[in-house]
Design a protein around this ligand. Structure first.
Ligand SMILES: C[S@@+](CC[C@H](N)C(=O)[O-])C[C@H]1O[C@@H](n2cnc3c(N)ncnc32)[C@H](O)[C@@H]1O
Length: 289
């Protein structure tokens, strides 16, 4: 790649300039609402969430295509994921001091965590390997949110035992190597009792793979896929489809639950594995004892 810096090998877009384009706040797109979220189950009522989050939304391009032209559903999906997290935290008595969202992109989740003063995270931190996302958050989301660019080398510039909840939505689905090193790093920064809420492509993702899912096109066109496609179950405990690009973030990774329990479970306690309804990834909840 002609315009690649060495930094781009361990992160992304080191020369990115943040563009001066953003959309209006979520309330401007309310008319696009079409049932993405079941509002009567949401722990945060729609009106409260709309009033609490008046920051601009990223354009479709600034959010990696998430939800195409439906800006409202993009916003609502972050609220849905945050509410699912709260639902787990409350009965499990996990402290709500600091939340870190790894691979936060343009802030789909953290904007809601920050807006939700009532549920009480006192500090919200996001990081991503993509400088363009980091710059976008730094320009358009409220200044209380701390944001930094991390590298794909598993290391976080945070003190030991300083974070209560770590989230990573659709990130370990793309981390092709050093998953155990990342787990050790998460263990280091978590406070005792703190949790990591990580989504993965699991056995269910493999078995039920549907053409409407975002990973379908790229996965099925990978040269190695043909050799595995007839396997009903996940053919390996950890299956990596990697594109040989000169950058991170160019792989799809699948994990069997046996691998999560045997390998990740040595580093942090596996508290739960459950389907992240309504979508195609599973949530792994890990806790530091
Ligand atoms: C599929 S997107 C998900 C974005 C966001 N978590 C969400 O759910 O809307 C994956 C994000 O993870 C970031 N990413 C990939 N590998 C990463 C790594 N090793 N560390 C931090 N971020 C990473 C990408 O730049 C991208 O923003």
């Amino acid at each position: 790649m002609a315009d690649t810096n060495w930094e781009d090998m361990i992160s992304l877009n080191s020369r990115a300039e943040v563009t001066d384009i953003a959309l209006g706040p979520a309330r401007d797109y309310l008319k696009q609402e079409n049932g993405e979220v079941t509002w009567d189950r949401a722990r945060i009522p729609l009106q409260r969430a709309l009033d609490g989050d008046t920051a601009p939304l990223p354009t479709t391009e600034q959010r990696e295509g998430y939800y195409g032209p439906n800006h409202f559903n993009f916003w609502a999906s972050g609220l849905r994921d945050y509410c699912q997290l709260l639902e787990w935290l409350e009965p499990n008595h996990v402290a709500r001091g600091t939340l870190l969202d790894i691979g936060c992109a343009s802030g789909r989740l953290i904007r809601h965590v920050n807006a939700d003063r009532l549920s009480g995270f006192s500090e919200v931190i996001g990081c991503d390997i993509n400088r363009a996302h980091v710059d976008w958050v730094g320009r358009y989301l409220p200044p209380e949110i701390k944001i930094f660019q991390n590298t794909s080398v598993p290391t976080l510039p945070l003190p030991d035992a300083s974070v209560d909840v770590i989230t990573a939505f659709s990130v370990f689905t793309h981390i092709e190597c050093f998953d155990t090193t990342w787990l050790m790093e998460l263990r280091r920064v978590l406070r005792p009792g703190g949790i990591a809420w990580l989504t993965i492509h699991g056995e269910r993702t493999w078995r039920d793979l549907a053409p409407t899912w975002p990973l379908y096109g790229s996965l099925t066109s990978h040269p190695d896929y043909a050799g595995y496609r007839s396997s009903v179950g996940l053919p390996k405990e950890r299956l990596v489809f990697r594109w040989h690009a000169e950058r991170s973030y160019s792989a799809h990774v699948f994990y069997a639950e046996t691998y999560i329990r045997r390998v990740w479970g040595r580093i942090l306690t596996v508290r739960d594995v459950f389907p992240a309804l309504p979508f195609f990834q599973d949530v792994i909840v890990l806790q530091k004892s």
